[in-house]
Design a protein around this ligand. Structure first.
Ligand SMILES: CC(C)(COP(=O)(O)OP(=O)(O)OC[C@H]1O[C@@H](n2cnc3c(N)ncnc32)[C@H](O)[C@@H]1OP(=O)(O)O)[C@@H](O)C(=O)NCCC(=O)NCCS
Length: 235
């Protein structure tokens, strides 16, 4: 199945259309709709807007990371939500970054629309990794612990690694002090990822976030401790 087939299947199941904002030749209006939606749902993450501009203009910030931004539109082609995720080929992991759906739309969608969305994103990520000769291990999200049950229903499990995310994301070095948030680190495994030890998936997942995405130093004590805990996880 191609990425287009996967996206079309999602549309059949949910009625939501996916526009891949970073595909070559995509209109700037799709980018602006995505940015408006991100600002509406995550006003505290306005620092992401220039990153989206750069990805739209120049492509990925890292040759081993494929960036995706899916703008979700309803039947009348109004933007109503989005999903931003990355396929990290170096670590064989998909990273989910932001997902949102306008409140007015939520109750009218099929109960499992978000599950279908993450199935589609993981399938696209797994497929593009395979094209690059990489077997994807799974996906990771830094989730709100309050909504753990919802993520579990989608197939995610919690990693017991005392996880810390830099409060200012990859811009941490611009601040006087490196401060952290403590989201719930959760992974969803592919079939291949379930066949390898969990410690390998966990190590790849936290490395993809902390080292590759946030660009923390490998000898940062928070990073070394998290990686130590990941490597020590039981199967
Ligand atoms: C996450 C989201 C797409 C799930 O959609 P849904 O399953 O149809 O949501 P529900 O209507 O069941 O959500 C009920 C409440 O729980 C919150 N919630 C539900 N699932 C959530 C999740 N996985 N993560 C964070 N919050 C969630 C919602 O924000 C909502 O709170 P609100 O009424 O104050 O906005 C949607 O709730 C949303 O867009 N939330 C705002 C953005 C967000 O927090 N995204 C997740 C972090 S990246």
């Amino acid at each position: 199945m191609t990425s287009l087939d996967i996206r079309e299947q999602f549309t059949i199941a949910t009625g939501l259309r996916i526009t891949e904002v970073f595909s070559p030749g995509q209109s700037m209006s799709a980018l602006r709709a995505l940015q408006n939606s991100l600002l509406r749902h995550f006003p505290q993450h306005a620092h992401v807007l220039p990153e989206l501009d750069a990805a739209w203009r120049e492509g990925s910030h890292d040759p081993e990371v494929i960036v995706h931004a899916w703008l979700l539109e309803n039947e009348v082609e109004n933007a109503c939500g989005f999903l931003i995720f990355h396929t990290n080929l170096r670590r064989a992991m998909m990273l989910q970054h932001f997902v949102a759906m306008d409140k007015a739309m939520r109750s009218g969608l099929p109960f499992n629309w978000m599950h279908s969305l993450f199935d589609a994103a993981l399938a696209v990520s797994e497929r593009e990794a395979a094209v690059a000769g990489v077997r994807l291990l799974g996906s990771m999200g830094e989730n709100d612990a309050q909504h753990m049950a919802g993520w579990r229903r989608i197939g995610y499990r919690l990693l017991d690694v005392d996880y810390h995310e830099p409060e200012h994301g990859k811009h941490w070095a611009d601040y006087e002090e490196l401060t952290y948030l403590t989201p719930a680190p959760m992974v969803r495994l592919t079939e291949y990822g379930s066949a390898v030890p969990l410690r390998d998936v966990a190590t790849a997942a936290v490395s993809a976030y902390l080292l590759d995405h946030y660009l923390l130093e490998p000898d940062n004590p928070t990073v070394t401790r998290t990686l130590e805990l990941a490597r020590g996880l039981p199967d």
